[in-house]
Design a protein around this ligand. Structure first.
Ligand code: HEC
Length: 109
């Protein structure tokens, strides 16, 4: 009996890890489509703006470089606000996953 519930717990734990790993990319994609698409085109195009290394760089230090790139744009309020702080990790995960040198292409969007 005990080993069954242990096994079940392990299965649940592994399942949760698997979903949260891909959920961030999915969440980032959703955020991208909602927030960035109007100006930068669909997700494939947006993520292909940069290589994975460049995305890491743009999102380093709380996204300092990407915030700076929009400082004079009307999107500056978003980048300097709480929404970007909350969403930047997911956005990074999505853009990094599909960066121009990743060989990956998002299934939709
Ligand atoms: C209201 C329009 C607008 C929105 C919304 C917007 N951007 Fe931008 N973005 C610009 C402009 C304008 C620039 C600066 C000019 C340029 O380099 O294209 C820029 C620059 C950038 C750059 C750096 C320049 C380059 O070519 O690498 C990146 C990366 C970028 N945006 C990604 C994003 C991401 C990711 C989002 C969503 C979180 C976003 N942008 C939302 C308009 C926008």
């Amino acid at each position: 009996m005990k080993s069954t519930s242990l096994l079940l717990a392990a299965v649940v734990a592994v399942g949760m890890m698997a979903t949260s790993a891909s959920a961030d990319v999915k969440k980032g994609q959703k955020t991208y489509l909602k927030t960035c698409k109007n100006c930068h085109g669909n997700g494939t195009k947006g993520a292909a703006m940069h290589t994975q290394d460049e995305w890491d760089d743009l999102f380093a230090n709380g996204g300092a470089k990407i915030i700076k790139a929009h400082a004079k744009d009307k999107s500056a309020a978003y980048f300097n606000g709480d929404s970007f702080k909350e969403q930047s990790q997911d956005l990074r995960d999505f853009l990094f996953e599909y960066g121009s040198d990743s060989g990956n292409v998002p299934s939709c969007g």
